[in-house]
Design a protein around this ligand. Sequence first.
Ligand code: UD1
Length: 339
Amino acid sequence: MNNKILVTGGAGYIGSHTVVELIDNGYLPIIVDDFRNSNPLVLDKLNEIVGQTVPFYNIDCTDKKKMDKVFAEHPDLMGVIHFAAYKAVGESVEKPLMYYQNNLGSLMVVLELMEAYKISNLVFSSSCTVYGEPKVVEVSEQTPIQEATSPYGDTKIVSEKIITNTVNASAQLKATLLRYFNPIGAHPSAKIGELPNGVPNNLLPYLTQTVNGIREVLTVFGGDYNTKDGTCIRDYIHVVDLAKAHVKALNWLDNQKLPVVESFNIGTEKGNTIMDVIKTFEKVNNLKVNYKIGERREGDVEQIYANTQKAKEVLNWSCEYSLDDALKHQWAWEKTLKK
Ligand code: UD1
């Protein structure tokens, strides 16, 4: 079996967990990452978990010449999982060009080289942000895509279009667009997890850093939403379950006839409020979270969670971990980090 998979952004949060699952399933991942939003130490930990040295290239994915060399060394790739992208909503509003240049630039390089080297299978990291503020809170893949609320969100919508048009014109390209909900948690070994640079934007790293004494207080953005306790609802999915969805997507893609470009929601089908998350974290870890209710954050959607029927039926994928598991693993990981 041709089992080599190029993983761009493979040292990142979702990328590193996916590399573990790829190896567990007999694939040979090759990582490309330039550590702009990750840490070289992740590779050591990854190698410890999998008991082998995962091939790695320190390359900017928008650098076509350097990326071409990687493809030239591995012309027999079975597929590419393209994670490498910026993902901070607020930063994207301040630096839109940086987001378009990196997120779209790296995608184009990947697609051009997949075409040039006749590589078939692309798994792309998309996001539930493509649904915007949905009219029905449980979104399926048929839920209309809406105007993006940030340049980051727009890069995901545009990327999906670029991939779709390229697949439709290609003689060999097939793709899945995985629309992630809110990934949380860490590997059960506590050897890898999320390593945000600077002040975290996302809820869970902010929460655990607060409990760890790095941040003083967690501000809950808005307590007056139209939900049971006034706080926003999201679909929080364990990062290992999300990682496993990539393996299922690759397996499925490889067996499809051309042309195929399919989107899949990857979530738990459960909506939890921020207060649910805080209370569950406190219960499973026997700890207190210092939090206060603050102003709403601009651009936040009130509530959204996934309908994942399609991923269940087509990819034969479903979640194995609970919110309790994710929050236990998240804390176990945070405790390994130095203050
Ligand atoms: C956002 C993006 C999502 C993207 C993800 C990656 C949108 C609408 N969503 O998800 O597409 O993939 O970031 O970074 O573009 N919260 C607090 N206090 C905090 C931090 C967060 O209360 O300090 C709240 C937020 O208001 C939100 C929830 O926690 O209600 C989750 O926030 P966050 O982790 O930032 O993820 P999203 O905004 O859902």
